[in-house]
Design a protein around this ligand. Structure first.
Ligand SMILES: Nc1ncnc2c1ncn2[C@@H]1O[C@H](COP(=O)(O)OP(=O)(O)OP(=O)(O)O)[C@@H](O)[C@H]1O
Length: 313
């Protein structure tokens, strides 16, 4: 497997991680690295072992085998001041408290040696107007923003983000991505676990794909897309052609009778469009609503999973 590496210093590295629970192999020889200022997305189907791997990296689970180093320490044995250098947005951390947002934030600041000012951290997640609101009264999306604020309040060098934008509306999600990108520019490393492939495209420098406890693919979004070899699709309407007798240029095209739409599958969409235009003027048919659809990262990921799930380990 080709790996795209960075020359920046690794803040997190793990190799050969093996973990079994109740006689079930959850992780087998899993490993990954995250460098300073790098966002790595950990992807995989439900039950692949993502949360278990992240819990090992956070020091909440102890693997039976392998080596982990996070900010220079083994997370399982690391002291309390190590934890203050790390932020975590857990899948289900929904804070419950009778305190107000401002009081809760001020209290959390007390756990860190050099925390952000209350106003700054609340403004960063768009909660500055809710300073006096009780935490228990926040909406789902507002609580998620508070989870994120608490993960960032200690100026972490590394942040674990487990489905960070769950429950956020479209604008809040985009605002959070923007904020995470600026943290990355400041050198903060992030390990992102998500099922939202749009989020991966927006944030991740590198993607690690875990299937049945093993890392099966690693690379950039662009690199994985390039290696996928998936074709593009060129679609159009040609009202003069009803799918019966077809010009030679459309011999390989699919025709969908209900919509009247033709689709050509090709690895060279520019050439296909040129060939179609030439055929259309030669044979006298129109090319309406012409659209070229290149594979999305979701197409690439699903295709990869299909090939990995059927392939032997
Ligand atoms: N304590 C445990 N006892 C038994 N099985 C466990 C235990 N913890 C995890 N597992 C199993 O290990 C596998 C990996 O679980 P994990 O939660 O790490 O997956 P995941 O990739 O995070 O899944 P999801 O995307 O659904 O959150 C699952 O099949 C799960 O049932």
């Amino acid at each position: 497997m080709r790996q795209e590496r960075t020359s920046r210093e690794a803040v997190l590295s793990a190799e050969g991680i093996g973990l079994s629970r109740a006689g079930v192999t959850v992780l087998a020889d899993a490993g990954l690295t995250v460098a300073e200022g790098e966002v790595v997305a950990l992807l995989g189907p439900n039950g692949a072992g993502k949360t278990s791997l992240v819990e090992c990296l956070e020091g909440f689970q102890r693997p039976q085998s392998g080596r982990i180093e996070v900010l220079g320490r083994d997370p399982w044995r690391a002291p309390g001041h190590w934890r203050a250098r790390i932020g975590a947005v857990l899948q289900d951390c929904r804070i419950e408290s009778e305190l107000t947002v401002g009081e809760f934030t001020a209290m959390t600041r007390g756990y860190y040696p050099d925390p952000l000012p209350v106003q700054d951290v609340l403004a960063a997640v768009g909660l500055e107007g809710l300073h006096r609101r009780r935490v228990a009264k926040l909406s789902g999306g507002e609580r998620r923003r508070l989870d994120i604020a608490m993960a960032l309040i200690g100026r972490p060098e590394l942040v674990f983000l487990d489905e960070p934008t769950t429950g956020l509306d479209a604008q809040a999600r985009r605002d959070l991505w923007e904020m995470l990108r600026s943290l990355r520019t400041d050198g903060v490393a992030m390990l992102l676990t998500t099922h939202l492939l749009e989020e991966v495209e927006a944030l991740a420098d590198r993607v690690v794909i875990l299937v049945r406890g093993r890392v099966r693919r690693e690379g950039t979004v662009a690199g994985l897309r390039e290696r996928s070899g998936l074709p593009a699709r060129v679609g159009f309407l040609a009202p003069e052609l009803t799918g019966g007798a077809r010009p030679p240029a459309l011999s390989e095209a699919e025709y969908d009778a209900p919509t009247g739409r033709w689709t050509l599958t090709t690895h060279d969409p520019a050439e296909a469009v040129q060939r179609l235009s030439a055929a259309a003027s030669r044979e006298g048919f129109s090319l309406l609503d012409l659209a070229v659809r290149t594979p999305t990262f979701e197409d690439v990921y699903l295709d990869l999973l299909r090939s990995l799930e059927v392939a032997p380990r």
